[in-house]
Structures are given as C-alpha cells and as structure tokens.
Design a protein around this ligand. Structure first.
Ligand SMILES: [Zn+2]
Length: 96
C-alpha cells in the first residue's frame, strides 16, 4: 500500500485523477477539477481509514498505477456507480 495520498488543499478530501485533460486531479467532494498546485500530499496515519476496490485480491489502480482510495464506503459506491462497474465485480475493502 502507498503510505502517501494526495488531498484537496481547500477541503482536505482525497483527490482522484481527472478525466478532463486540462486538469490533473478532481475532488469528488467539491465536484471540481483541480490543478496540481490545488492539492498536496499527506502521509497516511494509523488513525485514518480508507477503502479500496478489490477484485480477485487485486486492487483497482488509477492511470498512474496508484491504488485508488476512497474516504468512505459511500464514496467508493459512488465511484462504482459513476463508472458503471458491476456492483458484484469489486469488493469494497477497508485499507486501514
Ligand atoms: Zn474538495
């Protein structure tokens, strides 16, 4: 597991890769596309809990090869829904 994640400067939520070519990241909480300078990296501590999507013991990765992390089961479900991944295809797993 990665021990560092990237978050939105303003709200502190985890960001994901943006599908919009003009931007690098997107914040699902703010529903906004972001430039890199609008984000920063933080180290995961033991107190934090994240969820990942897992299939056949393999995590779902983003384009950069980083494990995609979600702050809540709810967010992971929203992602599954948005990208029309079959509900039973991936298991939502608590990472920490
Ligand atoms: Zn945000």
């Amino acid at each position: 597991m990665e021990s560092v994640v990237r978050v939105h400067n303003r709200c502190g939520s985890l960001v994901q890769r943006s599908d919009n070519k003009e931007y690098e990241y997107q914040c699902c909480d703010c529903d906004e596309d972001l430039f890199r300078f609008e984000t920063h990296q933080i180290e995961i501590t033991d107190k934090m809990e994240f969820y990942a999507l897992e299939k056949d013991n393999k995590y779902l990765y983003d384009r950069d090869g980083d494990v995609m992390l979600f702050e809540s089961e709810e967010q992971a479900k929203i992602y599954i829904h948005e990208y029309e991944i079959e509900d039973d295809e991936y298991e939502i797993k608590k990472v920490r």
